[in-house]
Design a protein around this ligand. Structure first.
Ligand code: NAP
Ligand code: ZN
Length: 349
């Protein structure tokens, strides 16, 4: 098996560093991709530091992958050598359970195989996009319609894009709907852009007053500093839907109170520690709902990528070298990212 350069965490407390991994030779259904850019998701940090208590070491994170096809198997019809291609959070699933049959592979009954740290339910570890190349079954590889000059900004669509797109579609963000986005980080800034592009009235909630101007620039109609009770009170009972992307435990009740009757708040943020319990009365008195959502299926990811290509939507990125990843993690923890770090994979090895 060919060996390639990668960047890995060896345990929960060690900084990430250079590491060599093996990738399989492409089989008949496989696409081999030379990785050009890899986005840095907060899930990479949760995983590298074993915050979800399920990390297999060594851990090579990275699931916002774009690159160029460097080889294809004999049965591959979707891609040819030289094409641009993307890989998100999944590289396989059972393919026949009800969720897989419906194109919702992320909810596979057997648990999908993560691009890294998968399958978490057993079996061999997988290594993600902080590496020179990856080999993936063609049905889990995405086509990219953006111009090549935008490629770095496309990478975060593979996780931050689909994780916000899927619930925005599920809960019908669009004209006439007031949609709240909580947290302006990697996911949140894509949530603002996508909800705006879908035609919703977008209200951004941020804890960072220095992000107000950016919030408007990214497409928010209103920006609320969520630490200010007076600003929060003015939004009470106004929102149809709230997408909560916050990566840390916080008071959910403050946001549930902003929903209209029958409104839903969906959590996509996955903090290591629990949120304080939601208030039952905030839910029952207005028939409100609290939900969750996990990335999105492959078909839906392709739809999102095509929509973004058509509308010229990409992530706002700060590109970094691979050896800056540990500093990038520290900055992400301080909410100091505008709005997604993307690793230039040419800087590896
Ligand atoms: P990120 O870039 O770090 O953004 C999180 C944002 O949350 C921050 O920018 C900050 O925004 C806000 N925030 C941080 N700490 C906060 C606190 N204590 N109280 C209130 N707000 C706080 O992270 P990300 O990459 O967008 O990921 C967000 C979360 O989603 C992570 O937990 C990640 O693991 C999870 N995730 C879930 C899925 C899924 O399928 N459900 C997929 C990908 C990621 P402001 O400065 O604007 O307040
Ligand atoms: Zn992610």
């Amino acid at each position: 098996m060919p060996t390639i350069q990668a960047y890995a965490a060896q345990d929960a407390s060690a900084p990430l560093g250079a590491f060599t991994i093996e990738r399989r030779e492409p089989g008949p259904e496989d696409v081999q991709i030379r990785i050009l850019w890899c986005g840095v998701c907060h899930s990479d940090l949760h995983t590298a530091r074993n915050e979800w208590k399920n990390t297999l070491y060594p851990s090579v994170p990275g699931h916002e992958i774009v690159g160029r096809v460097s080889a294809v198997g004999s049965a591959v019809t979707k891609f040819k050598v030289g094409d641009l291609a993307g890989v998100g959070c999944m590289v396989d699933s059972c393919g026949h359970c009800p969720s897989c049959a419906e194109g919702e592979e992320q909810y596979c009954d057997s648990g999908f195989t993560g691009t890294y740290n998968g399958p978490v339910f057993g079996g061999e570890n997988t290594f993600g996009g902080y590496s020179q190349s990856i080999v993936v079954r063609q049905s889990f590889v995405l086509r990219i319609g953006h111009p090549e000059s935008q490629l770095a900004g496309v990478a975060p669509l593979l996780c931050a894009g689909i994780t916000t797109w899927s619930p925005l579609r599920q809960w019908e963000a669009g004209p006439g709907r007031k949609v709240g986005i909580v947290g302006l980080g990697g996911l949140g800034h894509m949530g603002v852009k996508l909800a705006h592009a879908l035609g919703a009235h977008v209200v951004l909630f941020t804890t960072s007053p220095d992000k107000i101007a950016d919030g408007h620039r990214l497409g928010a109609d209103e920006v609320v500093v969520s630490k200010d009770p007076e600003q929060m009170r003015r939004q009470a009972g106004r929102l149809d839907f709230i997408l909560n992307t916050v990566a840390a435990p916080h008071d959910l009740n403050a946001f549930l109170a902003l929903l209209k009757r029958d409104g839903t708040m969906t959590l996509v943020g996955a903090p290591a520690e629990r949120h304080p319990s939601p208030d039952v009365f905030a839910l029952i008195f207005k028939r409100r709902r609290l939900g969750g959502s996990l990335i999105g299926g492959i078909r839906e990811t392709q739809q999102m990528l095509d929509f973004c290509a058509q509308h010229g939507i990409v992530s706002d990125t700060e590109t970094i070298r691979m050896d800056q990843i540990n500093t990038a993690y520290e900055r992400m923890l301080r909410s100091d990212v505008r709005y997604r770090f993307v690793v230039d994979m040419a800087t590896l090895g």
